[in-house]
Design a protein around this ligand. Structure first.
Ligand SMILES: [Zn+2]
Length: 454
């Protein structure tokens, strides 16, 4: 075999090569078939620039200085050749990035969401340029990252930046929200994704739009993937939003045995039903910003942006372009972040009964108040709090009560309003039938404490 055909490039430094032979093979991926060694020693393919001796080829005129291998069964499993591509990434100088829920060539699938290359990796290889935002910029049209390789970069301070990628899943390889619950309907979580990058460590982290939360670990359950009957995994439960010290659902969460782990099992916040083993750190479908969902990212939102950076999604066109205002200063000009409706509960004062709503207070210093909305049996959503703003974070819908037998299902929402009359998007909804079931389940759980698996 003549290896000269694989010697075309000379490496100057990481990310920089010139087209001329240097008697060192650039890269070859030989693929061969043999009887698979069933010893249980499954090579996944790796890259090394030490450990192994130089192999001389072409009668000693050329050499192979680094080599790696990959079990043939794995090549068949990974139809995107992601392992081969990953090893290329090493040869080109890209660093590993193993943040939960991150799409990256340079992860290890676990805990990353997919091997789809992110904007940091593409830019490092010279395959795209960032569009830098250095001053407030209105009506920015951000097209699909997967098909157009367009991403915006906003500098926070020093060596910290936010990277903005619009994922409309135009590329079949774009599995940014691979485990979104509605994937069967062709929905992959289309919207604006924000990555935090430290240029000092080259570490990326997904800033999930659904925010940071308090988590607890009320009990443990059997691990369906475990190798012994005593294997167990922590069941996590989401508490209240916590902008300052909470954790994303894509992060490792501390558990009661002193360590921490990614979320495989959790108690559903709505029904208190246990969700079995599923890789929630890969995203549950609402990690993105969009026109009608989470539309504001700034210092007062959950998650909070650093410094005076702000992003406000103002629209989306029929081609899947996201229209946004990007702030480098004065992000308070954007409307309020959507509030979080914490709970509904039956409430009475004397003989008056009602359903009491409680929500988390908005953090914007220019918050003027709130409006309450109600939807009946999935119909239109109507404002029910009257013409003046609610200035508290609770409100009672008098004359209504949650019962087992009610034929009417109300879903409640809240909006925040600022002192220039700008309104937030609707909060999360809470429905009376689900809330009632949840509260009954809580009462049952309190009377029959669950036995933890040790
Ligand atoms: Zn690697």
């Amino acid at each position: 075999m003549d290896f000269s055909q694989f010697d075309n490039w000379r490496k100057i430094r990481d990310y920089e090569h010139e087209k001329s032979p240097d008697d060192t093979i650039d890269m070859v991926f030989p693929i061969y078939r043999h009887n698979y060694d069933a010893s249980g020693f499954n090579y996944e393919g790796y890259y090394t620039n030490y450990l192994f001796p130089i192999i001389n080829v072409d009668n000693g005129t050329r050499r192979i200085t680094r080599w790696a291998f990959c079990a043939p069964t794995r090549i068949n499993e990974r139809v995107h050749f992601e392992i081969a591509a990953h090893e290329f990434g090493h040869a080109w100088g890209l660093p590993h990035n193993n943040a939960g829920g991150l799409w990256t060539l340079m992860g290890h699938r676990y805990p990353n969401v997919s091997p789809f290359m992110n904007s940091f990796e593409r830019e490092r290889l010279g395959w795209m340029l960032f569009t830098d935002v250095t001053e407030n910029n209105t009506n920015v049209t951000i097209s699909d990252f997967g098909t157009n390789a367009v991403a915006y970069r906003v500098r926070i301070d020093g060596d910290e930046v936010y990277l903005l990628e619009n994922h409309q899943c135009g590329s079949p390889y774009d599995e940014v929200n691979k485990y979104a619950p509605d994937l069967t309907q062709g929905y992959c979580g289309e919207g604006l994704y924000i990555l935090y990058l430290s240029e000092f460590t080259n570490r990326l982290k997904v800033q999930a739009a659904d925010g940071k939360w308090n988590w607890s670990n009320p009990y443990w359950r059997f691990n369906d993937w475990g190798s012994s009957p005593t294997d167990s995994v922590p069941v996590y439960k989401r508490g209240l939003p916590n902008r300052s010290s909470g954790l994303f659902d894509k992060e490792k969460i501390p558990h009661t045995k002193g360590g921490s782990d990614f979320i495989y099992a959790w108690l559903d916040e709505e029904t208190r039903g246990e969700k079995g083993l599923a890789e929630r750190h890969k995203g549950i479908g609402n990690s993105f910003w969009s026109y009608d969902g989470y539309n504001v990212f700034y210092h007062w939102s959950n998650p909070p942006a650093k410094s005076t950076i702000g992003v406000y999604v103002t629209g989306e066109d029929f081609n899947g372009n996201i229209i946004a205002t990007i702030y480098t200063s004065t992000p308070e000009d954007a409307p309020p972040a959507r509030p979080y409706l914490v709970k509904l509960e039956n409430y009475s004062e004397g003989t008056n009964q009602g359903i009491k709503l409680t929500w988390s207070a908005n953090q914007e210093p220019d918050t003027a108040g709130y409006e309450v909305f109600r939807q009946t049996n999935g119909g239109t959503i109507n404002k029910i709090s009257g013409s003046s703003l609610v200035t508290d974070t609770t409100w009672v819908d008098w004359g209504e009560v949650m019962t087992d037998s009610s034929l009417t299902n109300y879903t409640y929402y809240v909006k925040a309003v600022d002192n220039t009359n700008q309104r937030s998007n609707l909060s999360n909804g809470r429905s009376t039938d689900v809330e009632h079931v949840r509260q009954m389940a809580d009462k049952l759980a309190a009377s029959q404490p669950e036995t933890p698996i040790s």
